[in-house]
Ligand binder design. Structure first.
Ligand code: NAP
Length: 245
């Protein structure tokens, strides 16, 4: 695959689901991957599988020092960083009237501040080398209104407009930095694990089970965006099941 081999790609949320599938897919196409997540056993297992194409650091996106440490590690090992896939996220869904204040704040911390912490760590590198690619996982919830999932929906809108604005800034500054926002529909991952056990969750689980796609389809979208020639910016990709009942 053109323009992928030997690229150094930092992936947050690499311990399961979309991030894990993307790490495998990119490594299979010759990229070097820097794996981030909090579950060290999973990072270790995946890094072993990908051998000399992967390094990892137990890291939390809510801690900016962890994101800076990942970039430092990548530079020490491979001398550069080419792509950030800011993918870590949670979805403790529920109506606002249910008052899950902790869940709301966690979504702000991980889905918004986590993306910003990772971008804070890579932007100086991308500006200095006048190249780079920021890919963010939004959601179809970032394209519409979602009653019953308002805070998650808000976080996914945030990353979309923030990245688009960043893209305008890099253009103003004359920098060759690509940006891509991915908007997945239902994907079979561990994302629903953070939803409280209730009837609504059972219904959503049934929907994902029946119609959800495998995370590899999102990995292929990330691969597609990275593999384009440097002058081609794939700005937005919506990927969803063809049939949703
Ligand atoms: N599955 C879907 O249907 C769907 C649809 C649209 C968008 N998305 C988005 O896709 C992204 C990936 O989710 P997924 O579906 O692959 O779910 P997943 O399997 O639950 O993966 C979530 C990943 O985020 C990581 N993570 C969570 N909190 C973190 C923290 N504080 N610091 C570092 N890593 C953290 C988890 O790693 P650790 O727990 O090991 O830290 C895990 O690797 C999310 O942004 C999600 O909102 C998913």
């Amino acid at each position: 695959m053109e323009n992928v081999k030997d690229k150094v790609v930092l992936i947050t949320g690499a311990t399961s689901g979309i991030g894990e599938a993307t790490a495998r897919c990119l490594a299979a196409n010759g990229a070097k991957v820097v794996l981030s997540g909090r579950r060290e056993d999973r990072l270790l297992q995946l890094a072993k599988e990908l051998q000399d194409q992967a390094i990892y650091l137990k890291s939390d996106v809510t801690k900016v020092e962890d994101m800076l440490a990942l970039v430092k590690l990548a530079k020490e090992k491979w001398g550069k960083i080419d792509v950030l896939f800011a993918n870590a996220g949670i979805m403790p869904a529920g109506k606002m009237a249910e008052g899950d204040h902790k869940g709301w704040m966690n979504m702000i911390d991980i889905n918004i501040k986590g993306v910003l912490n990772a971008m804070y760590a890579v932007i100086p590198e991308f500006y200095a080398q006048n190249s780079g690619h920021v890919i963010v996982t939004s959601s179809r919830a970032g394209t519409t209104l979602v009653p019953g999932n308002a805070i998650y929906c808000g976080t996914k809108h945030f990353v979309k407009v923030m990245l688009q604005s960043f893209n305008s800034e890099t253009n103003q500054d004359g920098k060759q930095i690509r940006t891509t926002t991915i908007y997945p529909g239902a994907i079979k991952t561990e994302l629903l694990n953070t939803v409280a056990e209730n009837e609504h969750k059972k219904a959503v689980e049934g929907f994902y089970e029946q119609f959800g796609l495998e995370p590899e389809v999102i990995a292929n979208a990330v691969l597609y965006a990275i593999s384009q020639p440097d002058g081609v910016d794939v700005s937005d990709l919506v990927i969803r099941p063809t049939f949703e009942g």
